[in-house]
Design a binder for this molecule. Structure first.
Ligand SMILES: [Zn+2]
Ligand SMILES: [Zn+2]
Length: 546
């Protein structure tokens, strides 16, 4: 596709469909003076000096503009509230008619102020100021070179490349949502049974929703049941006619959340968007998507919920946050559900009075506080198959009580030698143990055996063990002074013990050679959660009914 520039009253404009512009300016009583043609939208755009069209709508009631307007309205109804590259719009347009018809409708939306258009990547000026319009990627993420698309020297963004390339030579559109809010009305909701802590948090959440705040941080321990706390806020937003976007870190979680939403909100349309599959163009009251997909939306949602899961996956990828902010309507709100917010995020939220803390798991038992058994020259002893009484006692005790053990190590070599050490112990020889680490071809098979209870113990690394959880679990961390065991990692690992209300007594033991700041910090935080939970009256003891 080629892009043209033209002048009206000394101002330059760029278009992807000059016929539409000619009609627009004719209706305004102006004459168009053509200038040049370009194969790169970025180049054409630079000539115009980044100015939008004056906007305005016409109601002549007859003639070509009526046709143009009806096409444009259709396009806006279908694609309004999205941020898309030209390729994405044209792909949608395949069902609409010719590419020209789509382009003319798109151009008409731009002319009448219902869409704005930019090059995918701003590469004007010095290299340091290059920026991706789609994800906000900065100079470090922008690559340059010869482009297969425009044939010239071009720039594209590496950060959002999983959504398809955003380039300097192709236009990127922000389409205003159509004014078709879903009519307000009752939304059917199967109310989940909430624990006292969840009930309080849900109430606070609703109070925040009716206030002025833009962003809410819900900070809770693992298994606090954070999702359920937000359901009433989701429900109210939909009852008021707003759309809701629920973001999860991974595709599997999106599928799971969507499934859950369909059962909680049986009368609601729920769309699932992830990867290349999914209902990208569907219009639904509730959309569940992976975080990067948020970038494809624009001012569409009254409420955006970002569920970070157990890991702080979004921290550090600033681009996704830009997209998430843009996906929310101008008056929209955002809720973040997180386990390990950074100190600055916490402080900011507290200052704005938009922090909800949930210090207890839904079953109400306190978090197990890690015990520390220092073992001088831990790995040397393991290497020499020497006795480590503390570890032996922990392992036999845990397996003896009908429990299972997840034993974390810093890396693959440590996993192998620790497994050899365990198999060498007389008391542990009969206990089925194995190791599952990254790169192991039978990794998932071993994890499966652990989940079914066939294996009593599993030696693993933090990255592999992340998704592994069993109800009767005890946690050991061998070599807990290794730098991979950051405070957040230790807290996350410790949270795997005692997850089930029927077996809340899981132990957590650290076996370091020396104490580290991370261990001390993790223990302090866990104690602080328990103290807070006790103070608010959420804790219950074993045998007590919830
Ligand atoms: Zn980008
Ligand atoms: Zn190009």
């Amino acid at each position: 596709m080629r892009f043209s520039t033209y002048q009206v009253r000394g101002r330059s404009f760029v278009t992807l469909y000059p016929e539409a512009d000619r009609l627009y300016w004719k209706l305004r009583g102006e004459e168009m003076r053509p200038e040049g043609q370009y194969s790169s939208f970025g180049q054409a755009f630079r000539k115009t000096g980044d100015q939008g069209f004056p906007g305005g709508r016409f109601h002549t009631g007859a003639g070509r503009d009526t046709l143009m307007e009806s096409d444009a309205l259709h396009l806006q109804r279908e694609l309004g509230g999205r941020a898309l590259t030209l390729d994405e719009v044209l792909r949608w347009g395949e069902g609409f008619g010719s590419a020209e018809r789509t382009a003319s409708a798109l151009q008409w939306l731009c002319l009448t102020g219902r869409a704005s258009v930019f090059p995918g990547v701003d590469d004007a000026g010095p290299a340091l100021r290059r920026r991706c319009r789609r994800c906000g990627g900065k100079a470090g993420q922008i690559r340059t070179g010869t482009c297969a698309r425009c044939g010239g020297k071009c720039a594209w963004c590496d950060q959002c490349v999983i959504l398809g390339k955003s380039r300097a030579c192709t236009p990127f559109f922000l389409l205003e949502p159509a004014c078709d809010r879903i009519p307000p009305g009752n939304v059917e909701m199967e109310r989940p049974i909430l624990s006292p802590s969840q009930r309080d948090a849900a109430r606070e959440c609703l109070r925040w929703l009716s206030g002025e705040g833009e962003e809410l941080l819900v900070w809770g321990v693992i298994d606090a049941g954070r999702k359920e706390m937000v359901f009433p806020a989701v429900c109210r937003t939909m009852e008021e006619g707003g759309r809701v976007l629920w973001l999860s870190p991974r595709k599997e979680e999106v599928i799971e959340v969507a499934e859950r939403m369909r059962s909680v909100f049986p009368g609601t349309r729920v769309a699932e968007v992830h990867g290349d599959a999914g209902a990208h163009w569907a219009d639904a009251e509730l959309t569940c998507a992976t975080a990067p997909q948020a970038i494809r939306f624009y001012h569409r949602f009254q409420l955006v919920v970002v569920d970070e899961g157990e890991a702080d996956l979004l921290n550090g990828v600033s681009g996704w946050w830009n997209g998430i902010r843009r996906a929310a309507a101008v008056t929209g709100k955002r809720i973040q559900l997180t386990v390990t917010p950074s100190r600055s995020r916490r402080r900011r939220a507290r200052r704005r009075n938009s922090l909800i803390t949930v210090p207890v798991r839904y079953h109400g038992f306190p978090l197990p506080v890690p015990e520390v058994s220092r073992v001088w020259r831990f790995w040397r002893k393991v290497e020499h198959r020497a006795s480590i009484p503390a570890l032996e006692t922990f392992l036999t005790g845990a397996c003896g009580e009908g429990g299972q053990v997840l034993l974390f190590v810093p890396g693959v070599p440590e996993a192998d030698s620790l497994l050899q050490w365990i198999r060498n112990r007389t008391v542990l020889r009969k206990v089925p143990f194995d190791a599952a680490t990254g790169g192991d071809p039978d990794q998932s098979g071993k994890i499966h055996s652990f989940l079914t209870g066939e294996l009593k113990g599993l030696v693993t690394t933090p990255s592999v063990g992340k998704g592994v959880a069993v109800p009767r679990c005890h946690i050991g961390v061998a070599g807990a002074d290794h730098p991979v065991f950051q405070k957040a990692v230790l807290i996350e690992i410790a949270g795997k013990a005692g997850r089930s209300g029927t077996y809340p007594k899981g132990r957590v033991c650290f076996f370091p050679s020396v104490r580290t700041e991370a261990q001390i910090g993790a223990i302090r935080d866990i104690r602080e959660w328990n103290r807070l939970a006790a103070k608010r009256g959420y804790l219950r003891t074993e045998g007590e009914e919830p």
